[in-house]
Design a protein around this ligand. Structure first.
Ligand code: MF3
Ligand code: CO
Length: 265
């Protein structure tokens, strides 16, 4: 069942989404070689609680951390750990909050130092595909229009692997609502979108093949071929002529550019 939001509810969701963007901005300021992901996760939890919100991932279906920190060949749902981040690593930082009862949930991939041209291009193209998907999130279009736009730009144009096992989703009082938003599919298929539909759109794109597996911890998703994977996610509201992006990458990008430890695509 799809739950459409009133304008007032969308404004509440914008506040939740913006708190995630602000947390990701703090992350962008902190990232450096030598930092452990477990210390980053701790900072993320504290920042969210200091802003009168709850880190929504913690205890979600038993998930044991505040955030998902996925390095290199980890696609999503990476556990924070005691390993130092190294120059040339890429890290997807995925954060969720509940603020005043509403969920924000989005992600950004950073490069610590230089991961090489190929990987920088994967980062750039995955982010582009997210915006191409968002362009299709308008009333009257179908979910498959978003899916097709993402797959067309990444798989068809660049030969990257689009992960099939994990998808975007509706977002609201619950983190995962209907409908599912796959990053692959056919134009003109799937549920028709109406104004007030709020979605988390989240391409997960592999440099190599699309195949992934889940580790014995029950969470960590890795590429089968060991090649890197990139993940970007925005929270959006479907409108008549143009989707309203509730999250805000501009503050994250500003901090990313100012941090000399980070490479930007
Ligand atoms: N942002 C992710 C999603 O959309 C991660 C949630 S998994 C969790 O599904 F367990 F960490 F919460
Ligand atoms: Co999500």
């Amino acid at each position: 069942m799809i739950i459409y939001k009133t304008n007032e509810q969308v404004e509440q969701m914008r506040q939740s989404a913006l708190l995630v963007s602000k947390t990701l901005t703090e992350v962008a300021k902190m990232l450096r070689p030598g930092l452990t992901t477990v210390s980053l996760d701790k900072m993320i939890g504290e920042f969210i609680r200091d802003h009168k919100a709850i880190p929504s991932f913690l205890n979600y279906r038993g998930y044991p951390f505040n955030s998902c920190l996925s390095v290199n060949d980890v696609v999503v749902h990476g556990f924070p750990n005691k390993n130092d981040l190294k120059e040339g690593d890429i890290i997807s930082v995925d954060i969720g909050v509940i603020l005043n009862g509403w969920n924000g949930d989005h992600a950004y991939t950073f490069a610590i130092g230089d991961p090489g041209k190929e990987v920088m291009q994967l980062i750039k193209v995955t982010k582009e595909s997210l915006y191409l998907g968002i362009e299709k999130a308008i009333a009257g279009n179908r979910i498959g229009d978003i899916s097709f736009a993402i797959q067309d730009h990444t798989e068809k144009k660049y030969g990257y692997g689009v992960v099939r096992e994990l998808v975007g989703h509706g977002l609201g009082r619950s983190m995962h609502e209907d409908p599912q938003v796959p990053n692959f599919g056919k134009r003109g298929t799937g549920p028709k979108m109406k104004e007030g539909l709020t979605l988390a759109i989240e391409p997960m794109i592999n440099l190599g093949k699309k195949d992934v597996y889940t580790e014995d911890d029950g969470w960590t998703v890795r590429t089968k071929d060991g090649k890197p994977s990139v993940h970007f996610e925005h929270d959006v509201c479907v409108r008549k002529n143009k989707a309203d992006i509730l999250s805000d990458y501009s503050m994250i990008e500003k901090a990313e550019k100012a941090n000399t430890n980070l490479f930007t695509a």
